[in-house]
Design a protein around this ligand. Structure first.
Ligand code: FE2
Ligand code: FE2
Length: 289
């Protein structure tokens, strides 16, 4: 069984369009049983997701999709959960992709399970000393001090280290993701669903391959000395997903994206790969099972 995986195509971003077209062309020419597209296909405009998925029309195997954080961005009045659970699955089916976020799949003896993943701020870098409320608002103290609408975070500055005011990072999910629940609640909802999907296929498949967008193990968070990048690490994922995966012996392989950094490492019994596409350099991984 041969599975091809890619991620972070960002087809809504001008500099990613040509590299995406080229990698899609190359992938369509491969002999493989399945293709996993692991999130951040586009952004607020779902029409571009459809356009991007259509680039794989000529791929001869089965096609699977997992959403990324950018894919559930919406405009004012939108509903990111509805986009994840209803709108994107409908677009996937229209383009001949199976939406793994809402339904696992069985391909011969192999189980395919997927999740966008999410974050619960447990990866936040404690060494920066930034209070949790800034992560919950997805804005670093330097940016909160500069931009309108965030002064409430600075009503009491006594717990904010001076150096943190030089960090100007904003995590743009804070602007474009509209969930009617906290990030921690959303994260747990997704962990529970992933666990259900794993249990569903575990009885009939061995091995199980898991595709995610966010990273499920802290070991996959890139180490950095740059405070703005360290702040962003809080939004890369959560070990809650990793614990669910480690609880299932049939899970042999985890493929993810989101950090835009190629990584290959083992966590417990699971071989982990981060595909590592950047905005300009697209790539894919070939998994032979
Ligand atoms: Fe991305
Ligand atoms: Fe992402």
């Amino acid at each position: 069984m041969r599975i091809v995986a890619t991620a972070d195509l960002h087809y809504d971003i001008t500099r990613s369009r040509e590299p995406t077209r080229l990698i899609a062309e190359e992938i369509c020419g491969l002999e493989a049983d399945a293709l996993l597209v692991l999130g951040d296909v586009a952004g607020r405009d779902s029409g571009i997701v459809l356009e991007a998925l259509r680039l794989f029309d000529r791929f001869r195997g089965r096609k699977f999709f997992v959403a990324g954080n950018h894919d559930i961005w919406t405009g004012p009045g939108g509903d990111s959960l509805d986009k994840l659970e209803r709108e994107l699955p409908a677009i996937c089916r229209q383009a001949g992709f199976h939406p793994l976020d809402v339904e696992p799949a069985v391909l011969g003896h192999v189980g395919l399970v997927g999740s966008i993943g999410w974050y619960d701020f447990s990866y936040r870098p404690r060494q920066l000393g930034i209070p949790l409320r800034f992560y919950e608002a997805k804005i670093a103290p330097g940016a909160a001090d500069r931009l309108p609408g965030f002064q409430h975070l600075l009503a009491d500055r006594s717990d904010v280290p001076e150096a943190a005011f030089s960090i100007g990072t904003r995590w743009m999910d804070g602007e474009h993701t509209r969930l009617k629940m906290s990030d921690v609640e959303f994260c747990q909802r997704l962990v529970d669903r992933l666990s259900r999907h794993l249990t569903e296929v575990a009885g009939q498949c061995d091995p199980i391959v898991v595709g995610m967008h966010h990273v499920p193990f802290a070991e996959l968070v890139p180490a950095t000395d740059t405070p703005s990048w360290a702040f962003a690490g809080a939004f890369l994922g959560s070990d809650r997903f990793g614990r669910a995966l480690l609880g299932q012996p049939e899970v042999r392989m985890l493929v993810c994206g989101h950090s835009h950094r190629l990584d290959r490492l083992r966590c417990g019994h699971i071989q982990c790969i981060n595909v590592g596409c950047t905005y300009l350099a697209k790539r894919y991984e070939v998994l032979d099972l």
